[in-house]
Design a protein around this ligand. Structure first.
Ligand code: DER
Length: 231
């Protein structure tokens, strides 16, 4: 059911927002796989001229595996559309992203796109951040700074920012940018724009998994086989 919901969202976003002669940002995670499948299918069927800019090593592999044309921000610094998943979406379309650890390149690519479109299954739709997603929100940090950054966040905003440890590797998760990740388990809702700005100012912080005011539209695949659109 959830996988079908992801597929519905991915297909709807690609069918509604991708046209010929476009530069498309490709997000990371599991939902985006369906969108890339649909993109590859349309490129073949409609002979579309599309180039794809990845947001992670995973997305780069996906683009190459599906036979799509790989590009980058050097060659295409302005994208027509970026499509990506999310860990949670609130009523204001503020996102928590980074569950897959790719938030930094995802935010860069999303910021380079005329249209940033999010795809998600129904479980990601929340009235407030933290309602569904209980793993905290990710913050990418320079490795030598993870302790002072964690302490600064706890002191300023409460909660606990925990170093994300790897599962199939000893030690912490290392991002595609050779950094560490903190997952901040916040205790209550905040003014996310203020929090995002304040955390970004802490020395050693590379990027946050808070996407504030960036999302143009969200496609939610629903349990009943429908797609809910939120602008
Ligand atoms: O890590 C990320 O930012 C992913 O895009 C994540 O937010 C969505 O991953 P999913 O599609 O596997 O749920």
């Amino acid at each position: 059911m959830v996988e079908e919901a992801k597929r519905l969202a991915g297909y709807a976003a690609v069918d509604n927002h991708v046209q010929n002669n476009q530069v498309v940002g490709v997000g990371s995670g599991s939902t985006i796989v369906y969108a890339v499948d649909r993109l590859a299918e349309r490129v073949r069927q409609e002979k579309l001229n599309i180039v794809c800019v990845p947001t992670s090593f995973q997305a780069r592999q996906l683009i190459l595996q599906r036979g799509l044309t790989l590009s980058d921000l050097d060659r295409n610094p302005e994208l027509d559309v970026a499509i990506d998943g999310a860990d949670e979406v609130d009523a204001a379309l503020t996102l928590i992203k980074g569950g897959g650890g790719c938030l930094t390149q995802e935010k860069i690519v999303a910021g380079c796109a005329k249209h940033f479109i999010v795809i998600a299954d129904f479980k990601k739709d929340s009235s407030a951040l933290g309602q569904q997603w209980k793993k905290g929100f990710p913050i990418e940090v320079i490795p030598m700074a993870y302790i002072p950054v964690s302490r600064a966040i706890a002191k300023r905003f409460g909660g606990e920012a925990v170093l994300r440890m790897a599962i199939s590797k000893a030690g912490p998760v290392v991002t595609d940018n050779s950094n560490f990740l903190l997952d901040w388990k916040f205790e209550h809702t905040h003014n996310w724009n203020e929090v995002n700005t304040a955390i970004k100012m802490i020395p050693g912080v590379v990027e946050t998994g808070l996407f504030v005011g960036m999302t143009e539209r969200v496609y939610f695949g629903m349990e009943d086989g429908s797609v809910r659109i939120r602008d």
